[in-house]
Write a protein that binds this ligand. Structure first.
Ligand SMILES: NC(=O)c1ccc[n+]([C@@H]2O[C@H](COP(=O)([O-])OP(=O)(O)OC[C@H]3O[C@@H](n4cnc5c(N)ncnc54)[C@H](OP(=O)(O)O)[C@@H]3O)[C@@H](O)[C@H]2O)c1
Length: 284
């Protein structure tokens, strides 16, 4: 896996290069007409990777935004997720089809298993459904979200195929350095959810505010540049054009090692926003 200003590159199971933008756009809670308007604005502002999920109930708004934006479809990466209640093979296959119908797209660029739900123990079955949907041409690349190394090891052992992406909780209070190292060693790209810590606390932290002041940028740019420096692709959600621009400006900001370390030092073992440890937490 290599990272630069414009792309993060990983290879799929056939050795085909997948070039991901350095920052994506989160769409949780962007629904209906207003949501579609915000997502269209984000695309027109410069975001190319759009993150949605079956459970966000806004795949329709995402599809409408793609149709309305002034950017050709082939320059966009639309990514959705399979909910925990549909891990059974047949349900997973029809849920993927339903996601396609909702977006109105012929093919989704990425599809992820939203949570492993290990107590249910059906994520390998769901993974086989994603592999088959990809091979049938419904999805371009397949990935997972909230998978721990033990879950990834099992996918590799039982199906011979690892995801191209694992989307995990990551922000300065929960830097996830071990997961990043595991992903790097296995050619998996890391996407960071709630990369700004949902806007609470992290953006006001004195360490972040001081770097923003000396660099003459907003705190959102600083935190997202930290993600980039660690090799992750952050997926910030922002409703206003001003914040969308501030966040995208992180692409142009290269922090030095001392700045990166100062932000990583804000991490703490219990730094998850809502205690959602994928070893035990389940979401349906
Ligand atoms: N895979 C998963 O299990 C999972 C879980 C959670 C989230 N996600 C994905 O990750 C995306 C991002 O996570 P998130 O929405 O939870 O949190 P986030 O992106 O860390 O934070 C979003 C919050 O920060 C505010 N904000 C954005 N930019 C800002 C800036 N420059 N300055 C100040 N405040 C700013 C936003 O406000 P406004 O909107 O009012 O501008 C919003 O309230 C989601 O939308 C979703 O796509 C995935």
């Amino acid at each position: 896996m290599t990272t630069n200003r414009t792309t993060v590159r990983v290879q799929d199971a056939d050795g085909v290069d997948l070039a991901l933008p350095p920052i994506g756009f989160g769409t949780y809670q962007l629904n209906g007409r207003a949501g579609a308007q915000t997502i269209t604005e984000a695309i027109d502002t410069g975001y190319r990777l759009i993150d949605t999920a079956f459970n966000y109930e806004n795949e329709g708004a995402v599809g409408r935004s793609v149709a309305r934006a002034a950017v050709p479809r082939d320059q966009l990466l639309i990514s959705s997720k399979l909910p925990g209640r549909h891990h059974a093979y047949d349900q997973a296959r029809s849920t993927i089809e339903e996601s396609l119908y909702r977006t109105g797209l012929d093919r989704l660029d990425m599809y992820l298993i939203h949570w492993p739900n290990p107590k249910q123990d059906r994520y390998v079955e769901a993974w086989r459904a994603l592999i088959d949907a990809r091979d049938a041409g419904l999805i371009r690349w397949i990935g997972v979200s909230n998978f721990l190394p033990e879950h990834l090891d099992r996918l590799a052992a039982e199906t011979g195929e690892l995801p191209v992406v694992n989307q995990i909780e990551m922000h300065p209070h929960f830097p996830q350095l071990d997961a990043l190292a595991y992903h790097r060693a296995h050619g998996i790209a890391t996407e960071a959810w709630s990369p700004l810590g949902r806007g609470h606390g992290i953006l006001d932290d004195p360490a972040v505010v001081e770097i923003a002041r000396t660099r003459g940028v907003g705190p959102g740019s600083v935190v997202l540049a930290w993600h980039r420096a660690l090799g992750a692709i952050p997926l910030p959600k922002a409703s206003s054009h001003k914040r969308q621009l501030e966040n995208l400006a992180a692409v142009e900001l290269d922090l030095d090692a001392a700045e990166v370390d100062a932000i990583t030092a804000l991490g703490r073992p219990d730094g998850r926003l809502a205690g959602q440890d994928p070893a035990t937490y389940e979401e349906f």
